[in-house]
Design a protein around this ligand. Sequence first.
Ligand SMILES: NC(=O)c1ccc[n+]([C@@H]2O[C@H](COP(=O)([O-])OP(=O)(O)OC[C@H]3O[C@@H](n4cnc5c(N)ncnc54)[C@H](OP(=O)(O)O)[C@@H]3O)[C@@H](O)[C@H]2O)c1
Length: 277
Amino acid sequence: MNKKIAFIGSGNMGSALIRAASRALNPQQIYITDYDLAKASSLARETGCQTAATNADAAGLGDFIFLCVKPQIIGDVLHEISPYLNRQCETGKEKVLISIAAGLTIETLRQKLDGACRRLPFVRIMPNTPAAIGKGMLAMAFGPEVSEDILADLELVLFRAGRIERLSETMMDAFTTVSGCVPAFAYLFIEALADGAVLTGLSRHQALTYAAQAVLGAAAMVLETGRHPGELKDAVCSPKGSTIAGVSALERNGFRSAAIEAITDAYQKNTELGKIG
Ligand SMILES: NC(=O)c1ccc[n+]([C@@H]2O[C@H](COP(=O)([O-])OP(=O)(O)OC[C@H]3O[C@@H](n4cnc5c(N)ncnc54)[C@H](OP(=O)(O)O)[C@@H]3O)[C@@H](O)[C@H]2O)c1
């Protein structure tokens, strides 16, 4: 893939995707910019990518332009780069815009563009924080103007960030809830399990390591064996055993309904935030 990739915004999530892209491609194909150019330069030095001096330069250089700024700023950035995109549209150069802004639909974002560039292919990507270590869960939503070639190239740019699914945009809030919020729920779970393990005599370090590795292993069992989690749970619960005693304690304390409501409450909040955005 010999496309040039531009990233506007190299903060928390932008830098995670830039690091992933620089491991997947020749870093010299990648241009980084940021409001704070020192931040972009430092990341460019670390990853071997190039810097673009301004958002307009990034928009001019990139075939794929990732917009990695906060949702409340992305409209200004689209407005700012529109004239440069329009100039390139006139020369027939195909560009693809990619937003990672939470809660903003492709249509809302498209309306922030001025002129002919409004017709450019637009992809919406939702990553989560484990993308920073290549263990993310990412979804891509797109309209009919986005070709299979574009999608395949994007998957090539992003595969080092984690697992990527193509998804209907109508499911993006549901996706964002489970992929974006579950890491925090899992941290809570791991911390609480470790508290229990400390009560049984392990050091804090041992307790956290063993609990986190057990959760990691269990997640990998679900994904890699394809077996239902209920079946995997049954397989480790022997009659009158310790695991079923623990499962019973979790059920007694409403663990399952607490987890379900964590997702539905977070989903509710996500849809409200989307309406405001
Ligand atoms: N963090 C997450 O977990 C997560 C998950 C999924 C999606 N997202 C999405 O990712 C996007 C970025 O979030 P983030 O957490 O990475 O935010 P962030 O750390 O604040 O990064 C945004 C970066 O953009 C820079 N910036 C601000 N205004 C700019 C402008 N006009 N032109 C160029 N760069 C500009 C900021 O610089 P300054 O710091 O100097 O202002 C900052 O470095 C958001 O749209 C968010 O919805 C984030």
